[in-house]
Design a protein around this ligand. Structure first.
Ligand code: AHR
Length: 329
């Protein structure tokens, strides 16, 4: 009996040691991650995905929420440097202003992996790689969808004029997601054989939030209630806010005003199913898996591509009901 107990004790001890070893090994990689905040349904999905992927990869994740402030991101990165993490990940809220802090990380020999948005730095070696989305392509897809839809459905200006009037709700000023989508949209418009059919009536930031989307659309409608034919919103949340203002103004979203936005979150699918939005251009927030796979390679000294884009589709309202049950965010 004593022998059995002893064996059990040894077995248990070995199991505990093994599990302790696993957890030591699993927690070996410490990654500091600075997220922008929680401005949209998309961002929440992105944060949840990063946290879940960190769990799966057995990474010790130090997560910091910057509450929409670049200064908070800089502070968080500085803290990660002081904590001597193995790698720093961050989503740049705006494209510029990162040189100094990234130099500090470089001096501390901590690799930096950028997620989601792009940044502009004086030396591209200040970060190792970026994984995320291609906002210029998203903007191009948005205009091309609008152009095709208006042509196919013979959309006429509501005010009886000769131009289809577009209003734009832009994302956060200075963010690559906003500038990229704006650039892509304008490039596709300039390249269209129908370019003379369109007029950009107004374009203003709604900061990627539902509330500002609603407020800015309300002011567009005050000035141009009977002139607006198309709304392009840089994200679904702003489109969802705008839909409330359109209805409050006594107009029918997706009928009086064609609505196209970016993200493909569940909220806009619901709106499409209800007939209140026309299409969404996907911006995929599920980047966690790729992020940690890439992070591990970087820490192990393997070469990784400078830029990797996640896959993104286009979803018109007609597909919404069928696609909705398959959506993960
Ligand atoms: O950077 C991605 C953008 O940021 C998403 O389109 C938007 O919803 C988010 O806030």
């Amino acid at each position: 009996m004593k022998f059995v107990k002893a064996m059990l004790a040894v077995g248990l001890g070995a199991a505990i040691a093994a599990s302790a070893m696993t957890s030591v090994q699993a927690k070996e990689l410490t990654i500091g991650f600075s997220q922008i905040g929680a401005e949209s349904e998309w961002r929440t999905a992105n944060t949840n995905d990063v946290k879940a992927a960190a769990e799966r990869h057995g990474v010790n994740l130090k997560f910091s929420d910057a509450q929409q402030k670049q200064e908070n991101q800089i502070k968080a990165i500085r803290t990660f440097i002081a904590q001597k993490v193995d790698l720093i990940g961050f989503v740049p809220i705006v494209a510029t202003g990162w040189d100094n802090i990234l130099r500090e990380a470089k001096r501390a020999k901590i690799p930096v992996l950028v997620m989601d948005r792009d940044l502009t730095v004086s030396d591209p070696n200040l970060y190792v790689a970026k994984i995320g989305t291609d906002s210029v392509t998203e903007g191009k897809k948005a205009f091309n969808w609008i152009d095709e839809y208006c042509t196919k459905n013979n959309i006429k200006p509501r005010n009886g004029g000769d131009k289809i009037n577009i209003v734009i709700l832009e994302g956060t000023v200075g963010s690559s997601a906003a500038t990229g989508r704006g650039t892509g949209f304008n490039e596709a418009l300039a390249a269209s054989p129908n370019k003379d059919k369109y007029n950009i009536l107004a374009s203003q930031t709604g900061d990627f939030t539902r509330q500002k989307g609603q407020e800015v659309m309300e002011s567009f409608l005050k000035n141009y209630r009977n002139d607006i034919d198309v709304l392009f919103a840089h994200n679904d949340d702003m489109a969802l806010g705008a839909i409330q203002s359109i209805e409050a103004a006594g107009l029918k979203p997706a009928k009086d005003i064609v609505i196209v936005s970016v993200d493909a979150v569940k909220g806009i699918f619901q709106a499409m199913i209800e007939g209140k939005a026309n299409a969404t251009i996907e911006c995929n927030p599920l980047q966690g898996e790729l992020f940690f796979e890439t992070a591990k390679k970087i820490v192990n000294g393997e070469a990784v591509p400078k830029s990797v884009f996640v896959e993104e589709g286009v979803f018109p309202a007609e597909t919404a009901k069928e696609v909705f049950p398959t959506r993960k965010y």
